[in-house]
Ligand binder design. Structure first.
Ligand SMILES: [Mg+2]
Length: 325
């Protein structure tokens, strides 16, 4: 009887240990990477100056801190005379809101970015989907190169402008396209943002049941005027069908500042949307890019994923400490 009891308790102990080990395995796999190095088998390329495969930070929720960026940028940013910081605005520097007019940087974010832009060591550019004057007004810092309409417009601090060419026919069609979209689809919470060169059809506040039909019709109207329809965060973008994107705009801006040796410069980029992926591709190998997303499975060309606008703030604080000390 005693022998049987001992055997039974040994078996029970073994079972408990197995269950415990299995639980640990499940917990550790679920806790992974609020901030992590990303992987994308189809596009991942080796990072030029070091092997980053050892980097993997386990952190909970939004609890990232300044020190986390020692691991991601500490060995990258040294005593460079000048390096570049390229940023998206909505969802990166400012939280996404139900209406673009409501979005704003926190005062702390603005102060930190302003200190960086005025440090003399960092060339700062912001490339946004908003129109260029809209994003400049939202950020409100002088010493920055602003780009709007996903790179179609560039505005330099000295007043110089670059507008990517659009044919007269497309330009003439733009007003008619905005008018038809507004007349036909601006109801039930949907509305059209006229950005002069491109448009955004917003559906964030629309009943989810109506969304597929509205998206399809908006795309149909946009394409009937010769523009390209792209899906974005709770929106359909209508853009001129020219080969231009945020990545090419970043290249143009960085070249104009650093000349043709721009690829030898250090470049840090952060963005939260699919349109930001083009910048990540352009700087792949010599830059450091961050995709702002709380989705651990997001497909991205970025070197790292960071979870929130707040984590972008910590990144800026890290840079500020480095260049304003
Ligand atoms: Mg964005």
């Amino acid at each position: 009887m005693t022998k049987h009891n001992n055997t039974t308790s040994r078996a029970a102990r073994s079972l408990m240990i197995s269950v415990f080990l299995l639980s640990c395995l499940i917990v550790s796999s679920n806790c992974q990477v609020e901030l992590s190095q990303t992987t994308n088998a189809s596009t991942k390329m080796p990072v030029a100056d070091e092997d980053l495969s050892h980097l993997k930070v386990v952190s909970g929720g939004d609890k990232m801190s300044l020190e986390d960026f020692d691991q991601y940028l500490g060995s990258y940013i040294g005593d460079e005379r000048e390096f570049a910081l390229v940023l998206d605005f909505d969802g990166t520097l400012a939280e996404l809101t139900s209406h673009p007019n409501l979005s704003a940087m926190t005062p702390e974010m603005k102060e930190t970015l302003e200190n960086i832009a005025n440090s003399g060591r960092v060339f700062v550019t912001i490339i946004s989907g908003r129109d260029v004057h809209g994003v400049k007004e939202k950020v409100g810092i002088k010493n920055i190169v602003y780009s709007g309409n996903h790179g179609l417009e560039v505005l330099y601090p000295d007043g110089r402008r670059h507008n990517q060419g659009i044919s007269k026919e497309l330009s003439d069609n733009f007003g008619k396209m905005v008018e038809q979209l507004t007349n036909e689809l601006a109801h039930d919470g949907a509305w059209v943002e006229n950005k002069k060169v491109s448009l955004t059809f917003h559906i964030r506040q629309v009943d989810p049941k109506l969304v597929p039909q509205m998206e399809a019709r908006a795309a149909q109207i946009i394409e009937s005027y010769g523009y390209r329809a792209n899906k974005a965060h709770a929106a359909i973008e209508g853009k001129p069908p020219i080969h231009w994107n945020k990545g090419l705009a970043a290249e143009l801006i960085l070249k104009s500042n650093f000349d043709r040796n721009w690829e030898t410069r250090k470049v840090i980029f952060a963005g939260d949307d699919t349109t930001d992926e083009d910048v990540m591709i352009v700087i792949k190998g010599f830059g450091r890019s961050f995709r702002v997303s709380n989705d651990a499975n997001v497909q991205t060309n970025a070197d790292f994923r960071i979870p929130s606008v707040k984590s972008v703030f910590y990144m800026l604080k890290w840079i500020e400490q480095k260049v304003c000390a």
